[in-house]
Design a protein around this ligand. Sequence first.
Ligand SMILES: C[S@@+](CC[C@H](N)C(=O)[O-])C[C@H]1O[C@@H](n2cnc3c(N)ncnc32)[C@H](O)[C@@H]1O
Length: 273
Amino acid sequence: MAKEFPMSNKNFDEIKRIAYEITGINLTDQKKNMIYSRLARRIRANGLNSFDQYCALLAQANSGETTEFINAITTNLTSFFREGHHFDFLQETVFPELLRKNASTHRVRFWSAGCSTGEEPYSIAMCLKEKMPISSWDIKLLATDLDSNVVAHGKAGVYNLDRTDGIGDSRKKRWLLKAADAKSVRMKTELQDLITFKQLNLLHDWPMKGPFDVVFCRNVVIYFDKETQRTLFDRYANILAPGGYLFIGHSENLHKVSDRFKSVGRTIYQKIR
Ligand SMILES: C[S@@+](CC[C@H](N)C(=O)[O-])C[C@H]1O[C@@H](n2cnc3c(N)ncnc32)[C@H](O)[C@@H]1O
């Protein structure tokens, strides 16, 4: 079927180059249809009528389109308690260890890097509230993403009921409130108080000093090439406390990417140097 806006190979190469340069996301040819439909929306929204015009707009400094472009090309699929074994490992292994290890400082820092709409950090926050001495310790969770729309969603903490399937009934009772609209729920303020949501490009400088005890970076680096992954995992090793934990996505691994971690579980790593 004829496309509304023809996208030449030159256009796609240009889009790939810009996406890689700004975000590290490596758009393969298999993503061409997906990118077409996401950017066709941007072409319409800008009142343009071709990919040539859209690429020219992206090339203009201060066009304001870069943010929209980034938000359009990111894939934000996520869910509450996704890869549930990670949260069991937190409660059964990591928390008891942190209670011993950080007993003199009472300080614990988590980072959900590439947090999307917030389901991952809220799942971690529920675990923390359930098993860690939140009121007497200094416990904080940073949640960051490149896409400004998903960060705003996470900060608001409101989710459609049908997105909450991964949360068991007892947790739903304990941590969710009915939102004004009966089809949505809102995260309790005490969970929100634990989390700081910020927009952050993982490829840029990080304003935080750390050290972090735990970093979740799940289903983010699948979109990056090996070189970008190597640099990123090295930076995670630098910002993690000695013995700190790194959780990655189900289809990711550190093989030939970093030798600064040892595997301690399914897609769970511990910093060794
Ligand atoms: C598939 S989601 C994963 C969400 C969550 N971590 C999970 O596993 O359910 C990937 C997220 O990585 C973010 N992302 C992609 N490139 C990024 C970058 N360079 N810096 C920060 N976040 C990035 C995307 O915006 C997206 O929200």
